[in-house]
Design a protein around this ligand. Sequence first.
Ligand code: SF4
Length: 359
Amino acid sequence: MSETRKKTRPVKVGPITIGGNAPIAVQSMTCTDTRDVEATVAQIERLTEAGCEIVRVAVPDEKAAQAVAKIKGRIKIPLVADIHFDHRLAIGAIRNGADCIRINPGNIGRDKMGQVIGEAKERGVSIRIGINSGSLEKDILSRHGAPTAAALVESALRNVHLFEEMDFHAIKLSVKASDVPAMIEANRALSEATDYPLHLGVTEAGGLVNSAVKSSIGIGVLLNEGIGDTIRVSISGDPVAEVGVAYGILRALDIRRVGPDIVSCPTCGRCEVDLFRLVEEMEDRLSGMKDYFKLALMGCVVNGPGEAAEADIGIAAGRHTGLLFKKGKVIRKIREEEFADALMEEVHAMLEKRVRSKE
Ligand code: SF4
């Protein structure tokens, strides 16, 4: 990370701290029908397994607000209830055990917000003020002519003042846009203007590839400037992939070392093994692993030994064979069909050794 992280006020979401010196937390959101408790819990379990630290569920009606209680009783990570328009749903979700609620106060109204804030205060629940380019207050939108970065920030600050007037400070802020430069500009300005923790995300980012690109740029640029306390990557698809991309961003910036970092070459005419299959198999076999290590899968001996040598474990392939490296040293030569099993064996041995050395 090139710049020092901006110091923000710590805010709790259940047992997890957002802001202050706390690690940048990874969030996701379920895409199941919240009223379908079984499907929602199953998806949250998969997200938890992948390393998701906070999960958000949509609460569009009374039945979904009631489902929050049942879901909360069965999951291990804090839950954020996502509410729009109806303050009674926010109050219901808080009473049913939500650790935090996400609302866009602009579409709820001042008096009703007061009731929500009263309930949140009583139960120690935090609130994310989530400003989206698609749902700005009418007066702000007409003054700015478009959902510009300045319009998003004005809306966020207006709501911050409303909360402060009601003496409520357990707030996180997000200003999201699908336009990456606007999202970056808005968060920079918001970070200057306030010390509440910021939740970063590029909204409506698209499918896996498009979202990974937009999120890595939007979230990554800001994190690299020390801005942001929690992140959510939005993907049209399985939310488990959001968690993988989020940790990829944090690893690439060396902000958090979680999960294996697989370094592999694109291959070229020199490669004489099926490297793509190996990469896929290793990604699959290592998925959900929380320990950080660097695994290099290299297609030939040109750059292979150099890259593999820098990794914790690696392979530099030859003709249907490969040199297995560990911490810069060749351990042995193996056949292509042994690659995946031999790598897994070394990974497990290394992790066991780490555990033993901590004991
Ligand atoms: S490591 Fe070898 S196979 Fe892979 S891209 Fe480089 S030269 Fe090609």
